[in-house]
Design a protein around this ligand. Structure first.
Ligand code: MG
Length: 457
């Protein structure tokens, strides 16, 4: 691992103290600091057991190059991203492994616009890392380390100003918040309380062992959220991933919905008020995003999978809204990165203004059955497998923007792509019936396994 590349889809990820050791983090930070040329860098971390250890190493590496470090402490990723711009920093570094299991950790690097570095600049950091030759500050210009208090409050205010607080507080919705023992617990429940919600918080103590549930907000991990929503008679439930950039919702019946459906609700409200706007989403998203856009006069720009690509595309084309199927919503007027608290505030505003139930509003959207699956594939076989896959499916309508996306005559589709973070191929499919989607996934799992073993031999 990390032999010639550091960054995956979302930063550098690895097993804490196995791959991501303090020595490694120190060297990575020296490369980052060299890249930023003695700038002002805000550093934050999530609540993982290894985060303080790695943060110290990162601060050491950055200051050795002459960067001045502003330590934001434990914060959700979107709060750190907001701080980069709000405090006029040259960049940011977040120690987090997002939704990965507790034994992992990672490093995300933000540019001065608060968005993670584009791939070409990550490559520049990688070049510095592998070549060595780090900038070393003289004794009298080693970087300072300053505390940066108030990041959470600055962020909370920023989120709240984008929604109609009066509408939400008059509706007084009861909301169950499941932070999953992640850092979102530090501020998201309080934001919802200040917006006038009646908040019931579960898994709300930050604990790097994630005792309440795994940090990924997948439906199978959210049974406690779903039962609490029902038990409390709540209007909705929301769960965040480990660093709080993704939000997944439960309706008032305790049913958990995929992120592209909640995103489609935000999209519908946004396009109703801003017809003709552009919406950015990766090729893994449901067709519902396109259906809503065509009904409300918007235009969809499809991108490769990966939040950085969505953010960077939004900035490039001047789009104000982006979304992902995993629960990431990018609200440009606030910041063009996915943000769990902002997403929740937007959904609450929609429900309050419409005065309707979440289940009803989701029910009105075009309905598709979705299925996701994965097939193990060693890292070194990913590329030859992809090439072979492209050859084999050449007969159908095929898109190769990212992996292989095949559309069938009945409107169903499947996307098969190598994961950027794990030794697996991911499959995403959508069709009008459960049977059809299962059939499509089964067919492609078989094809993929067949190709993997043929490429291997
Ligand atoms: Mg995350």
């Amino acid at each position: 691992m990390f032999e010639n590349r550091l960054f995956g889809t979302n930063g550098i990820r690895g097993l804490a103290n196995v791959e991501l050791t303090p020595e490694f983090a120190l060297k990575v930070a020296a490369a980052i600091g060299t890249f930023f040329e003695a700038g002002k860098i805000v550093v934050g971390c999530d609540g993982r057991t290894s985060s303080p250890m790695l943060k110290s190493a990162v601060i050491s590496g950055l200051t050795s190059t002459g960067c001045r470090v502003y330590d934001a402490g434990m914060v959700p990723t979107p709060a750190l991203q907001y701080a980069v711009r709000a405090y006029g920093m040259d960049g940011g570094v977040m120690i987090t492994a997002s939704h990965n299991p507790p034994e992992y950790n990672g490093v995300k690097v933000m540019a001065s616009d608060g968005v993670e570095l584009p791939r070409e600049l990550e490559m520049e950091v990688e070049r510095i890392f592998f070549e060595g030759g780090f900038r070393r500050a003289e004794w009298n210009s080693v970087g300072d380390v300053l505390k940066l208090p108030g990041v959470l409050e600055t962020y909370a205010e920023a989120v709240m100003k984008h929604v109609d607080r009066d509408a939400i507080s008059s509706a007084r919705p009861k909301v169950v918040v499941d932070a999953g023992n992640g850092v979102s617990a530090l501020v998201y429940p309080s934001i919802l309380g200040r917006l006038g919600c009646r908040v019931v918080a579960i898994n709300s103590n930050v604990d790097g062992r994630f005792p309440g549930r795994p940090p990924e907000p997948r439906p199978e991990n959210l049974t406690a959220l779903s039962s609490t929503v029902k038990f409390e008679g709540a209007d909705l439930g929301v769960a965040y991933d480990g660093d709080g950039d993704r939000a997944i919702f439960s309706d008032e019946r305790g049913v958990i919905h995929w992120g592209d459906r909640s995103f489609a609700l935000v999209e519908k409200a946004f396009l109703s008020e801003n017809p003709g706007e552009v919406v950015v989403t990766p090729v893994s998203s449901s067709k519902v995003v396109e259906d809503v856009a065509s009904e409300y006069g918007g235009k969809v720009i499809w991108t490769k999978v990966g939040s950085v690509t969505v953010s960077r595309t939004m900035l490039r084309v001047g789009a104000k809204l982006g979304g992902e199927e995993n629960g990431g919503v990018f609200y440009g007027p606030h910041q063009p990165v996915r943000d769990g608290a902002m997403t929740t505030a937007l959904i609450l505003e929609i429900l309050a203004k419409e005065g309707r139930r979440l289940s009803e509003m989701l029910e009105e959207l075009p309905k598709y059955c979705q299925l996701k699956d994965k097939v193990p594939c060693p890292e070194e076989l990913k590329q030859p497998v992809l090439e072979e896959l492209r050859r084999r499916v050449s007969g159908a309508r095929v898109e190769t923007l990212d992996g292989v996306k095949v559309w069938f005559d009945d409107g169903s589709w499947i996307l098969v792509r190598p994961s950027g973070t794990e030794p697996i191929y991911r499959l995403y499919a959508e069709a009008s019936t459960e049977e059809r989607v299962a059939q499509v996934v089964e067919e492609f799992k078989q094809l993929l396994s067949e190709i993997i073993s043929s490429v291997r031999s």
